[in-house]
Design a protein around this ligand. Structure first.
Ligand code: NAD
Ligand code: TYD
Length: 336
């Protein structure tokens, strides 16, 4: 079986590639990643020589290049993760989000149809459901009510994916996961930003009152769920993925400060994010009941492992934070 993974040099995509190569010996992977600022070949450096793995530097918005790839390498399935993924960047400028997340998804869906690709997973986010009050959970039937340009672009892509099922019978499934954490997460997101700032002796910017709530899942539990959906999910269905692990940002900062033995004075309140969603929380009963998925990595085990990983891998994150990484890859690979 051959699977195309988009965004395989990013945080979750690189874990997915690694997990599949380790657990599924009959599967070959074509990784389509344009190498934006968030993609990093170092994430999969050790797998570059693996004959079951190849990376093509192609943008999912490039219809001709995607067509050519699928002609040269017919695939049985597409697992679509490539995206602009950071809410704060989408607040600065929404256009790259519409281009990659909406238009790129439509390019892939149409190419999948032309090339008769069997199954298609649209990897989405709980953020498409909008913001919750202090109680309740997002189920697959919750109405979509995205609030940021990022989540609005993901919601648009989800509708396009489901439309491909309803209109053409394409075997499309949509997954909506809560916030991920773990190794190789780009240090603009909350946990890797705070951990690496802590290691550099820099403050932790906590937005607003710090009481916004996210539902955190270790990235390896997420990619295991994605593989189960690819294997056993029902076309046309949405699957929520989450571990019932809600924390305020302030609680996370305090837990990290304790784990890293840093004074709580490292936490510095800063002005709130515009339109900051208050609470996300996932009801993941459907994937548990129908596919037998359960999270396996506990919060404290996952968080302390993540802190230890960033501690041991300053060679990975320091060049990213200093900007040296971007410069290096621009000289190495050029602009797309
Ligand atoms: P990321 O930003 O770490 O990685 C995105 C990857 O996509 C990068 O390697 C980048 O180079 C690539 N990419 C961007 N634009 C591209 C294009 N036009 N063509 C080809 N490749 C392109 O993102 P992530 O955190 O790994 O998220 C992956 C997916 O999972 C996204 O679709 C995101 O919406 C979804 N998701 C993320 C989270 C989370 O907490 N990080 C939670 C739920 C869902
Ligand atoms: P983030 O990791 O950007 O994920 P998302 O916005 O997709 O949930 O942010 C997680 C939470 O942490 C969110 O409520 C915003 C907050 N946050 C901060 O308080 N300070 C920061 O520097 C960052 C990046 C995020």
């Amino acid at each position: 079986m051959r699977v195309m993974i988009t965004g395989g040099l990013g945080f979750i995509g690189s874990h997915l590639v690694r997990w599949i190569l380790q657990h599924e010996p009959e599967v070959d992977i074509i990784n389509v990643d344009a190498l934006t600022y968030a993609g990093n070949p170092a994430n999969l450096r050790d797998l570059e020589e693996d004959p079951r793995y190849q990376w093509h530097r192609v943008s999912i918005t490039d219809e001709a290049a995607i067509d050519q790839l699928l002609s040269s390498y017919p695939v049985d399935a597409i697992m679509h993760l490539a995206a602009e993924s950071h809410v704060d960047r989408s607040i600065q400028s929404g256009m790259p989000f519409v281009q990659t997340n909406v238009m790129g998804t439509q390019v892939l869906l149409e190419a999948a149809r032309r090339h008769r690709v069997g199954r298609f997973i649209q990897v989405s986010t709980d953020e498409v459901y909008g913001s919750l009050g202090p109680t309740g959970y997002f189920s697959e039937d919750s109405p979509l009510a995205p609030n940021s340009p990022y989540s609005a672009s993901k919601a648009g892509a989800d509708w396009l994916a489901l439309a491909a099922f309803h209109t053409y019978g394409q075997e499309v499934m949509v997954t909506r996961c809560s916030n991920n954490y773990g190794p190789y997460q780009f240090p603009e997101k909350l946990i890797p930003l705070f951990v690496t700032n802590g290691l550099e002796g820099k403050p932790w910017p906590l937005y607003g009152d710090g009481l916004n709530i996210r539902d955190w899942l270790h990235v390896v539990d997420h990619v295991r769920a994605l593989w189960m959906v690819l294997q056993s999910g029902q076309p046309g269905q949405v699957y929520n993925i989450g571990g019932h692990n809600e924390h305020t940002n302030r609680q996370i900062a305090q837990t990290l400060a304790e784990l890293m033995q840093l004074p709580s004075s490292i936490i510095v309140p800063v002005p709130d994010r515009l339109g900051h969603d208050r609470r996300y929380a996932i009801d993941a009963q459907k994937i548990r009941r129908e596919l037998g998925w359960e999270p396996e990595i506990s919060w404290m085990q996952g968080l302390s492992g993540t802190v230890a990983w960033y501690h041991a891998h300053s060679d990975w994150w320091q060049p990213i934070k200093s900007g040296a990484y971007l410069e290096y890859y621009r000289t190495q690979y050029g602009d797309l």
